[in-house]
Design a protein around this ligand. Structure first.
Ligand SMILES: *[C@@H]1O[C@H](CO)[C@@H](O)[C@H](O)[C@H]1NC(C)=O
Ligand SMILES: *[C@@H]1O[C@H](CO)[C@@H](O)[C@H](O)[C@H]1NC(C)=O
Ligand SMILES: *[C@@H]1O[C@H](CO)[C@@H](O)[C@H](O)[C@H]1NC(C)=O
Ligand SMILES: *[C@@H]1O[C@H](CO)[C@@H](O)[C@H](O)[C@H]1NC(C)=O
Ligand SMILES: *[C@@H]1O[C@H](CO)[C@@H](O)[C@H](O)[C@H]1NC(C)=O
Ligand SMILES: *[C@@H]1O[C@H](CO)[C@@H](O)[C@H](O)[C@H]1NC(C)=O
Ligand SMILES: *[C@@H]1O[C@H](CO)[C@@H](O)[C@H](O)[C@H]1NC(C)=O
Ligand SMILES: *[C@@H]1O[C@H](CO)[C@@H](O)[C@H](O)[C@H]1NC(C)=O
Ligand SMILES: *[C@@H]1O[C@H](CO)[C@@H](O)[C@H](O)[C@H]1NC(C)=O
Ligand SMILES: CC(=O)N[C@H]1CO[C@H](CO)[C@@H](O)[C@@H]1O
Length: 518
């Protein structure tokens, strides 16, 4: 009896000393003071036994980065609620708001050392719970202070922080008449959009936003800060152009500026009973007008109105001929011209669009009858859901053509593997108020997506690609890139994150570990 008790005590003591010893070396590398080392080391030794290392991780971050960068309870609720969708409101154990790449690197080393769960937020514009939010089981790395926007002296490149919002990027560049390809709503954050590929108003001409990146500065899980570009860590460069949050935290994006400044824009509103005519005109544009890659038609069909934004990547005195299907047809007449044809800067357009137009996960080749059929299917379900819950939903189509894909290839390629043929991507945005209605409202989107696929398959126009930026949590965009791409992405992740921090400790997101598994 005595002997056994004695051995247990020795093991316990050894274990405690060992935890303190391990922390001591790590803490010294963070330049903690002697009292901090000893206090946190003891707390870690105790907490490890309780399994409560998260509290010590947060305190260590506070000691290493300063209290201004790390909030523990009580948290500032503005930060918790700083996101697009209430489905993601969640209170983390603590929030780290790094100010520069080296603070991101320190945060990642702390996360790895203590092996604690985390989520990363740039703009928080994902509606998927857990993608940029986390509850009491983890810490939130909120990048909003990494928001600088700087134009290079020769004007060919803008360096942008991951936590900047696109609205601020455009506003800041506008004064120098520079623009970059970026998100289509001002509140979207830079980081999440680029890592998912990113569609801009001018993607038909210039490709995805990710394909306009010259260089990424990345903090890896082990704290190393590296560059990824066409000449440095080229495999990582390729993977970051649409491969999601699987490789590191990008702390700076160097984006090529575009050789354009003003755009021609008109916004028309149509009545819902004109939807068949609007879809027919959209189809005609896709068959012809779109060969002028400067043209873009953004279609947003809500339950009680239709908004169509016509964008031409050049100023113009008249409606460009590319839009003839809409402007020179008696079949399709707007009930209101919400914005008559105007030359606008990218920033002015961004301000006007506000929160109108997102875009979506791919489903089909261009097929006018299919679009009409799926629209009818969706509308019936969406109206039922509206009656039951008050939810508003919209039916949104995005044209994607061969030139967009070609632009990506010209800049070294990306993992997305988008088919090189004309196609349209569908997405939906739903707004509702009661959490109890989540399942019902989501079922409309899920069933509509399934219907696209089913009817599309019957008609030979089903494509497999799913666009990450607009994918729902139950979809699998990484798997849709194809087996070869997926395997290559896994190899890149294994090379840059051998400890699998981003796969095992990251709370949500389209992670490689979860891709292709169902
Ligand atoms: C201390 O570090 C060693 C080597 O990395 C590891 O095997 C051991 O489990 C660690 N002990 C504690 C208590 O963290
Ligand atoms: C809470 O956070 C917001 C946004 O970051 C900031 O504007 C506000 O000043 C903060 N409030 C307090 C009490 O720190
Ligand atoms: C990062 O920001 C912190 C806090 O402002 C500062 O002390 C540190 O010197 C900065 N590091 C670098 C590499 O700029
Ligand atoms: C828009 O730009 C075109 C082409 O530069 C020009 O001819 C036209 O006058 C401009 N329209 C307005 C209202 O400034
Ligand atoms: C509409 O038709 C008229 C007359 O043929 C032509 O001048 C005009 O350019 C056309 N507009 C568009 C947008 O194609
Ligand atoms: C919605 O409810 C109204 C009133 O109860 C009813 O007239 C209408 O037919 C319903 N619409 C749908 C699509 O169920
Ligand atoms: C749905 O739209 C109607 C009218 O446009 C609006 O009054 C209502 O607040 C919206 N409901 C939600 C949940 O957004
Ligand atoms: C649609 O295409 C994808 C990829 O080719 C395939 O995985 C899926 O099963 C197809 N859907 C149907 C209903 O055939
Ligand atoms: C961090 O990881 C990268 C990629 O695995 C590796 O090249 C680098 O040597 C590591 N740095 C340190 C300090 O271990
Ligand atoms: C700080 C902030 O913007 N919070 C918003 C988070 O999202 C909800 C839902 O859209 C808004 O109501 C909050 O204002």
């Amino acid at each position: 009896m005595h002997t056994i008790y004695y051995i247990f005590t020795v093991l316990g003591a050894t274990w405690t000393t060992c935890a303190q010893g391990n922390f001591s070396a790590f803490g010294q590398s963070l330049h903690l003071t002697r009292p901090e080392l000893s206090h946190l080391g003891r707390a870690y030794a105790r907490a490890s036994m309780d399994g409560d290392t998260l509290a010590v991780a947060c305190l260590t971050a506070q000691a290493a980065l300063g209290k201004v960068q790390v909030q523990t309870r009580p948290l500032n609720y503005t930060i918790i609620h700083e996101n697009w969708s209430q489905t993601c409101w969640s209170e983390p154990y603590c929030v780290i708001q790094p100010r520069n790449a080296s603070q991101v690197s320190i945060s990642l080393r702390i996360i790895g050392f203590f092996s604690v769960q985390f989520a990363v937020r740039s703009g928080g514009h994902s509606p998927n719970p857990g993608w940029s939010s986390i509850g009491q089981q983890g810490l939130l790395l909120d990048l909003q202070r990494l928001n600088t926007v700087a134009l290079s002296s020769d004007g060919t490149m803008a360096s942008v922080g991951p936590g900047a919002r696109w609205g601020d990027v455009y506003a800041s560049l506008d004064s120098t008449k520079a623009i970059v390809a970026g998100g289509r709503e001002p509140t979207i954050g830079v980081g999440g959009l680029v890592l998912g590929g990113g569609l801009s108003h001018v993607s038909n001409e210039f490709g995805l936003v990710a394909d306009n990146v010259k260089r990424f500065e990345v903090s890896l899980a082990n704290g190393s800060i590296v560059d990824a570009s066409a000449t440095s860590n080229t495999d990582l460069f390729w993977a970051l152009k649409g491969g999601g949050p699987n490789f590191g935290i990008v702390t700076r994006y160097d984006l090529y500026t575009l050789p354009i400044y003003q755009l021609w824009v008109q916004i028309n509103a149509y009545s819902v009973n004109q939807v068949p005519a609007v879809l027919a005109a959209y189809h005609t544009w896709q068959q012809g007008g779109v060969s002028d890659v400067k043209s873009n038609v953004e279609l947003n069909i809500a339950l009680d109105y239709v908004a169509v934004v016509f964008i031409y990547a050049e100023p113009s005195a008249q409606p460009p001929a590319a839009f003839a299907a809409f402007f020179n047809s008696t079949d399709v007449q707007p009930v209101q011209v919400a914005l008559p044809g105007t030359n606008l800067t990218y920033h002015e357009l961004d301000v006007i669009l506000g929160s109108v137009m997102p875009v979506g996960p791919a489903r089909t080749r261009i097929d006018a009858d299919l679009t009409q059929a799926v629209y009818s299917f969706w509308r019936e379900k969406a109206l039922d859901a509206h009656n039951a819950t008050g939810a508003n939903q919209s039916f949104i189509l995005q044209y994607v053509g061969p030139n967009l894909v070609q632009q990506g290839l010209n800049n070294g390629g990306n993992p997305l593997n988008i088919p090189t043929e004309a196609q349209q991507w569908w997405t939906t945005v739903a707004d509702w108020t009661e959490a109890a209605d989540d399942a019902l409202v989501r079922s409309v989107s899920a069933e509509t997506a399934a219907h696209w696929e089913e009817l599309g398959a019957k008609r030979g126009s089903n494509l497999s690609f799913v666009f990450m930026n607009d994918a729902s949590r139950d979809q699998d965009p990484l798997a849709s890139y194809g087996a070869e791409s997926l395997e290559k992405l896994r190899q890149v992740a294994a090379r840059y994150d051998p400890g699998r921090v981003f796969q095992t400790l990251q709370h949500g997101g389209f992670l490689l570990d979860r891709a292709g598994r169902t």
